[in-house]
Design a protein around this ligand. Structure first.
Ligand SMILES: [Zn+2]
Length: 262
């Protein structure tokens, strides 16, 4: 080989260590004195390095390699005998033995992208879960701040609620700040029947009772909740009634607990 290698594949074959004897010697001698071919060889090595990173090593068996190499050689001789010295471009790509490397590389790349896609999706899900956790914690922090504000405010009233005769037993109290429009209920009541709910009412000095929360009581547990109301409601009393499950717009059931706002 006196001039440049006539086939681009020669660089890949050489980089793969697939050229032997005269062919190998010829390309080595030529590359030593030709900067453009040195560059092409460097590119071929780069391609192979990338493929090696992406694919598990695939070594064709020696007999397959020998057979394919023979085919490559006879193709080269056939072309040398023909008139045109111009190399064919991509014609016989998958006829060459290095297709045995490139084809598995294609599968490996597809597999790699599938694995990455799966990992990506898992990360997305983890991120969404973390985000939800964070939002929940922020909400809890926000409620904790509101409770602290309510407890610390000088104008917050604390109203104990007393059980009524013949009604479910329990005790509770309400913390209420009219200016802040904030109410906190804390209490323990006998469990309500399944088809009923407890409902807390703020009974204003003027006008109809206003719902301040619907809840179900479980035995031994303290129920507490924070409620935001329009600010400025002056209360006469607070009361808990037993209503149809889910509560009512106005009290209809029996009064279970009641406390006067003094
Ligand atoms: Zn050259």
């Amino acid at each position: 080989m006196n001039g440049h290698p006539t086939r681009e594949e020669d660089f890949d074959l050489y980089a793969l260590g697939a050229l032997e004897g005269d062919e190998k010697a010829a390309i080595e001698t030529h590359v030593a004195t030709c900067s453009s071919c040195t560059e092409k060889l460097a590119e071929a090595r780069g391609r192979l390095a990338l493929l090696a990173l992406a694919a598990p090593p695939v070594a064709p068996s020696p007999s397959v390699k020998a057979r394919l190499m023979n085919r490559v050689r006879s193709e080269k001789q056939g072309r040398a005998a023909a008139v045109s010295p111009v190399p064919e471009t991509t014609g016989g790509l998958f006829g060459h033995w290095w297709a045995a490397v490139l084809v598995p590389v294609g599968f490996a790349l597809a597999l790699a992208s599938f694995v990455l896609w799966t990992q990506n999706r898992r990360l997305d899900q983890q991120l969404a879960a973390l985000h939800a956790d964070m939002q929940r914690e922020q909400q809890q922090l926000q409620s904790a701040r509101e409770v602290a504000d309510l407890i610390n405010a000088r104008d917050t009233m604390i109203v104990p609620l007393a059980p009524q005769p013949g009604m479910p037993k329990g005790s509770a109290h309400v913390m209420y700040n009219a200016k802040m429009g904030m109410l906190m209920y804390e209490g323990q009541l006998e469990p309500n029947p399944a088809n009923k709910s407890y409902q807390l009412w703020i009974v204003p000095t003027k006008g109809n009772p206003i719902s301040a929360g619907v809840f179900n009581a479980a035995s031994t547990e303290t129920d507490h909740f924070l409620m935001k109301l329009p600010p400025g409601i002056a209360p006469k009393a607070f009361a808990v009634t037993l209503e149809a499950a889910g509560g009512r717009p106005a009290p209809t059931g029996p009064m279970v607990l009641v406390g006067a706002a003094s």
